[in-house]
Every structure is written in structure tokens, then in C-alpha cells.
Design a protein around this ligand. Structure first.
Ligand code: ASP
Ligand code: MG
Length: 412
């Protein structure tokens, strides 16, 4: 029997009624001839509640116990859905991560899946089980402890199962009906994409289009798992949602596929640091050790052996970054005159695989922003993305203007 992986996120299993509705979708795929592996999230809000309980009990918690507590939300959903399917006369069984087993590293609260041996579940399919309902987000370490995969990790569980079991497809049921050209809350011209390439999705996911956990897209790209993102709140339609796939499977490629943004960024500048070999490492080493997620980096022009170094990071990490830099200065590892923090900036990016073969996208982007009177503070580019840092108050305007200029509201 061909295997289908279906993943239901927290809002799709938020109540018993929604679990019932999700189960009907599973039943339909069983009727379509699939053996189904369902990956479930915790009921919406549950994981946050569990995390809160851990924090309240033990602020400096032991991560192994954090995982023991926080993984439990998924167990509840898996059992309930299995019961619901049995009520519908569908042979179903729930599986916790360790029972499969979903083998992970021992990095508690941020473990990576190493292997999912299919034998146990396949044996049960062989005995007539039609649906395996697997608790997402969790696995087991080599030491035999429960692990979790990081927030949003059930997406990654789903893709990993699809890869390990050679599934036809991995359907991710969520509360949005697909991947959009930009955030529909910023412009009503945002359009749902029928298809998007893995690489584009990766850029959009890591840029803050919060539909899929970034790691799940990386995994899907590596193993060429066909991923479909679709809503569990809409009527059944075999062509619903957005297919995230190999770029070869996209016939009509757009030059630009989407405009992404990150609202809460900060721009930090070290004024007058020595321009010498090793300076970047002396700055960014301590920042990384302090857990600062540095994104854009610009080293400015040097004069008299001194230079300014600018970088961006999330705004809630500014204090941490400042402390790391002051400490490095006190230790004599770096020297600077001043550290400026601009905490009112946002990042806006245009993304598209077509940029590889088309020129002039950056020029067009800068032209659009200049016509709106928006000043660009930092620019970075990759093969398929151009990002700018601008004043936060212009973020929505920039997204709308770029979306219009690249005609993302119309297909093709
Ligand atoms: N329940 C977990 C979380 O909220 C995992 C998931 O739903 O993907 O992060
Ligand atoms: Mg999610």
C-alpha cells in the first residue's frame, strides 16, 4: 500500500470536535487506498502551558525533565485521535516517539532526528493497522531519555517520517490555506501560491513566514519529500493548498515569488574597531557564545587602520549583545569607541529562484524603495534573495510597494 503522511498542527486538533474533523480527513485518505501515518501536535496552547509550568517550577530547569513534561501534550492528542478513528471502525494505533523509535541526538529541547527505523510500524501495517497516529515533536536519545525537537518540531517529525517511509506525499494541515506571496495581514493583494520551490520556502520560512519549521523544509529539500501545506478548516479539495517541491516541478517560474519581513530587528554598530586580522572573529565569536543570532554583517570602509562594524540581530537580544561586547572590551580582546544600537529597524526581503537567471531585481527593489522615500540602512544578498534593513515604521509600506512593483498579485 502506498503511504501518506498527514500532519495536524495545534489549531487543527484544538478541541475534540476538531480532532473528529481531522479524523474524517484521515478516513478519506484510507478510503483512497493509503496506509496513513498521522503526525499530531499538542492541542493548541497546551505546549505553552506546559513550558510555563516548567519555568514556574524550576527556572534553571534540567532540560531532560523539560522534555519529559513538554512532550506530553502530543501524547494526549495521539491517543485521542486513535480512539476517534477506532470509533469510526478504522484500525488505528497511537505511537509515542520512543515506541517507533524516533532516534534523536541528546541535545534536549533542540534534538535532531538521526533515524526512524520503519520496521515496527510497517509490521503493524502488515497486520492490518491502517493508521499510525504518531506524537510529533518528540523522540528518544541514545541514553533512552525523551527528547523534543524545538518549537514547531512536529513539522520536522512529519517530513522525517515521509522520508523514512518513502511516502507519496507529506500533507501539513494548518490554519492557513497555503503559502502566500506575502503576509495577507499586510496587504489584501497577497496571493496564495500553487507551488513554491524548496529553496524559496526555506528563505521565506527563515525570514519569518511562520508556516513551517525551517528544519522541516531543509529536510524535505534534502530527501525530495513533496510537501503540501493546506488548511484543515476548508472543504476537502484534492488540489488545495501549496505544494512545496523541487524547482524542476514548477513549470511557470516567477522571478520573484514572495516578499518576506522581520519586524523586530536591531542594527548595532561598533564604532572604530582595529582593522586587523582576527577582528571579526574577536567580535562574532563572543556574540555567538552569548547566543546572539547575528544576521546581516557589514564591515565599513577603514581609515587609519580603524573601521566600523555593523550587524543586525533580533531586538530582544540587544542587551545580550551589548554585554558580550563590553565584556570583550574589558578583557582586552577588542577595542571600540562606541557601540550604537538602532532598535527601530525591520528587515524586508524579496525572494525568488528566478533571480539566478534574471538581472536587475536589486536595482528595481532599490528604485521602488527610493520612490517611496524609504532609506536603506543595510543591504545583503544571496543567490535568490535581497534583504534590506529599513526604519520599522516603513515596513508595511515597503512590503506593499514591493508586492505591487513585482506584480505578485497576479500569477505568472
Ligand atoms: N507542540 C509543539 C510546539 O508548539 C510542537 C508543534 O506543534 O509543532 O512547539
Ligand atoms: Mg507549527
Amino acid at each position: 500500500m502506498p503511504i501518506l503522511v498527514m500532519k495536524f498542527g495545534g489549531t487543527s486538533v484544538a478541541t475534540l470536535d476538531r480532532i473528529h474533523r481531522a479524523s474524517k480527513r484521515v478516513a478519506r485518505e484510507v478510503a483512497n487506498g493509503f496506509d496513513v501515518i498521522v503526525i499530531v501536535s499538542a492541542m493548541s496552547g497546551k505546549t505553552n502551558e506546559l513550558v510555563g509550568w516548567v519555568d514556574e517550577t524550576s527556572p534553571m530547569y534540567d532540560a531532560r525533565e523539560y522534555d519529559a513534561v513538554v512532550s506530553s501534550g502530543e501524547n494526549v492528542t495521539a491517543g485521542l485521535m486513535s480512539l476517534r478513528l477506532q470509533e469510526m471502525d478504522i484500525p488505528a494505533r497511537s505511537w509515542q516517539g520512543w515506541q517507533v523509535p524516533v532516534q534523536t541526538t541528546s541535545v534536549h529541547s533542540a534534538a535532531r532526528i538521526e533515524d526512524i527505523p520503519p520496521a515496527n510500524i510497517m509490521a503493524k501495517f502488515g497486520e492490518g493497522m491502517k493508521v499510525a497516529v504518531v506524537a510529533g515533536f518528540q523522540g528518544v536519545s541514545p541514553e533512552g531519555r525523551i527528547t523534543t525537537l524545538g518549537r514547531g518540531g512536529s513539522d520536522t517529525t512529519a517530513v522525517a517520517f515521509a522520508a523514512s517511509f518513502g511516502a507519496e506525499r507529506c500533507d501539513i494541515y494548518t490554519d492557513v490555506d497555503g503559502v502566500y506571496t506575502t503576509d495577507p495581514r499586510l496587504t489584501d493583494k497577497a496571493r496564495k501560491l500553487d507551488r513554491i520551490a524548496f529553496e524559496e520556502m526555506l528563505e521565506l520560512a527563515s525570514l519569518g513566514a511562520k508556516v513551517l519549521q525551517t528544519r522541516s523544509v531543509e529536510l524535505a529539500m534534502r530527501y525530495k519529500v513533496k510537501l503540501r501545506v493546506l488548511s484543515s478548516f476548508e472543504e476537502y479539495d484534492p488540489n488545495a493548498g501549496t505544494l512545496v517541491c523541487d524547482e524542476e516541478d514548477i513549470v511557470e517560474q516567477n522571478v520573484v515569488s514572495g516578499v518576506a519581513y522581520q519586524r523586530d530587528e536591531a542594527k548595532m554598530t561598533l564604532i572604530s574597531v582595529a582593522d586587523r586580522p582576527g577582528i571579526a572573529s574577536a567580535i562574532f565569536g563572543p556574540l555567538s557564545e552569548a547566543g546572539v543570532n547575528v544576521d546581516m554583517i557589514v564591515q565599513n570602509i577603514s581609515e587609519d587602520g580603524r573601521t566600523d562594524m555593523t550587524f543586525s540581530c533580533p531586538v530582544d537580544q540587544v542587551a545580550r549583545a551589548q554585554k558580550a561586547m563590553e565584556d570583550a572590551k574589558t578583557a582586552g580582546d577588542i577595542n571600540f569607541h562606541d557601540l550604537l544600537a538602532d532598535t527601530d529597524v525591520a528587515k524586508v526581503s524579496v525572494v525568488g529562484i528566478g533571480m539566478r537567471s534574471h538581472t536587475g531585481i536589486a536595482a528595481k527593489m532599490f528604485d521602488v524603495l527610493s520612490r517611496e522615500g524609504i532609506n536603506i540602512k543595510v543591504i545583503t544578498t544571496s543567490e535568490i534573495k535581497i534583504s534590506v534593513l529599513i526604519d520599522r515604521k516603513y515596513m508595511e509600506l515597503a512590503v506593499q510597494a514591493l508586492h505591487d512593483a513585482f506584480e505578485l498579485d497576479t500569477a505568472g
